[in-house]
Design a protein. Structure first.
Length: 141
């Protein structure tokens, strides 16, 4: 009986560890993703490499060019190999080539007037990527 309990607890601990390595809960702060996400909403993020991210996905990544820790949530509008959306992201005119380079992506907030995104800081590099939003939990007003 004790052996069965010990094995069950070990399996439960292993499953929890695996889940924590694959899934993260992030709370939305700010209005850059309105109407898709509102401040206070929580998102379940599945850790994924950049090669598994599709254009249009909601992604979570480390804040670029800042010493302030935390995460940002934006929509990936171009991933490696996609045509650079220079008309939507004027700051990318200074980058050479016509395609998003390997290990980089372009992100925009859904609420363009309130969003700090690739229009301001350029590409998001792969090491900054936490993952892709898997599920949204709405804050009750």
């Amino acid at each position: 009986m004790i052996v069965v309990l010990a094995v069950s607890l070990a399996l439960a601990a292993a499953a929890l560890t695996w889940l924590r390595l694959r899934l993260v809960v992030v709370t939305v702060r700010g209005d850059s993703m309105v109407p898709t996400l509102r401040s206070g909403d929580q998102v379940l993020v599945r850790r994924k490499p950049l090669r598994a991210v599709a254009a249009g996905a909601l992604v979570v990544f480390a804040r670029p060019r800042t010493t302030e820790p935390g995460w940002m949530i934006k929509r990936a509008i171009a991933v490696p190999g996609d045509v650079i959306p220079r008309a939507r992201v004027a700051t990318l005119w200074s980058y050479p080539g016509n395609r998003v380079p390997a290990h980089h992506m372009v992100v925009l907030g859904d609420n363009r007037d309130e969003s700090y995104d690739s229009r301001h800081f350029g590409y998001v590099k792969e090491p900054a990527l936490l993952g892709v939003v898997h599920r949204i939990s709405r804050r009750v007003p």
